[in-house]
Design a protein around this ligand. Structure first.
Ligand code: NDP
Ligand code: OXD
Length: 312
């Protein structure tokens, strides 16, 4: 039996799609009457504190999200393997977000938004994509794809990960020892890291000052589409105000929804979206999790299992 525990999502759409893909396999939702001993899989997003109570026969916890940082801190997380969502649709959506925002900053869109409000006709000659270096923190499922998409747009692309990588067309760096070399010569920094003890607060002033300042007319740019816990928002607001950063695109925040009192809302060089860079789609999600359950019931090994010790 599969139990759905999907908060702040369209759980009904997921239930319908999963039923279509899993046919006779029993699927229940929290309000249904069922025996918790029969639950083998639980699909979760933002699980409440009692989400796992009485689920003593779990074969796997399935994460609706690609990121599992919040799930890993759940006080009653069972000992079963955790499978995260890895999906071409999600990956492509993140690629779209990254390319759209990088392009917007290449063409200095924040300056034109301000000018339009002032009815001001003034040009800013942008550099060519080929002269701009975009650096991606995290070369996993999402970072690798974003790197390929940006390479195809003609940017110089660099990437940073924990272990060394060899990706055609991407200058790669690995580990803390190569972080400064990765940041130097970077005009637009894109964060696609998982949130772990090592990466929390990485987007802070000490890092911003290491970015290249002379290539984009507005100054260096930060794009964060990973987790709010990666950024020190007070540092971001100050850096965007004092010119240390030219602009930012932020999809994620320390507190979500971003409180009305945040100074980030009022900054004309800060582009805010409400954690929508890549939303898990019910159709591709249902296909992925249905295949996974069917395969596992037929004794196939689970894929995309989270390494709890690593934190992602
Ligand atoms: P992966 O686990 O596939 O990739 C993570 C990458 O980060 C790997 O390359 C890994 O290195 C690298 N990494 C991890 N820790 C460090 C470190 N300490 N130093 C340097 N590199 C490190 O994750 P995904 O690409 O699937 O997803 C990334 C994140 O994106 C998710 O964790 C989630 O938080 C966020 N996300 C946000 C969404 C949104 O809508 N805003 C939607 C989906 C995901 P290595 O390869 O060596 O292991
Ligand atoms: C995810 C997310 O982790 O949507 O998938 O943030």
């Amino acid at each position: 039996m599969l139990l759905l525990h999907l908060n702040q999502t369209d759980e009904t759409a997921w239930a319908q799609r999963l039923r279509r893909h899993l046919h006779e396999y029993p699927i229940v939702r929290r309000g249904d009457s069922f025996n918790r001993d029969d639950v083998r899989y639980v699909l979760v997003w933002k699980p409440l504190s009692d989400a796992f109570d009485g689920l003593d026969n779990l074969k796997a916890v399935l994460s609706y999200g690609a990121g599992v940082d919040a799930l890993l801190t759940h006080p009653h997380l069972p000992d079963a393997p955790i499978v995260r969502f890895v999906d071409p649709d999600l990956t492509a959506r993140m690629g779209d977000y990254v390319v759209a925002n990088v392009m917007m900053h290449l063409r200095n869109q924040s300056a034109y938004i301000v000018q339009q409000r002032a009815r001001s006709w003034r040009d800013h000659f942008p550099p060519r994509a080929a002269d701009v270096s975009v650096a991606i923190m995290g070369l996993g499922e999402l970072g690798r794809h974003a790197a390929e998409r940006l390479g195809a747009q003609g940017f110089q692309v660099r990437g940073w990960s924990r272990s060394p990588k060899n990706i055609e067309g991407v200058v790669t760096f690995a580990g803390d020892g190569e972080l400064d070399a990765f940041l130097a010569d970077t005009d637009i920094l894109v964060n696609l890291l998982p949130l772990t003890a090592d990466t929390r607060g990485i987007l802070r002033r000490a890092l911003f000052v290491k970015l290249r300042r002379d290539r984009l007319p507005q100054g260096p740019v930060v794009i964060n589409a990973a987790r709010g816990g990666h950024q020190v928002e007070a540092d971001l607001a100050a850096a965007l105000s004092d010119g240390t950063l030219g602009a930012a695109s932020l999809d994620v925040f320390e507190t979500e929804p971003l409180p009305g009192s945040s100074p980030l809302w009022a900054l004309e060089n800060c582009f805010i979206t409400p954690h929508i860079a890549a939303v898990s789609h019910p159709e591709s999600g249902a296909r992925y999790f249905a295949n996974l359950i069917r395969g596992h019931e037929a004794d196939e090994p689970l894929r995309n299992v989270v390494d709890r010790a690593r934190g992602y």
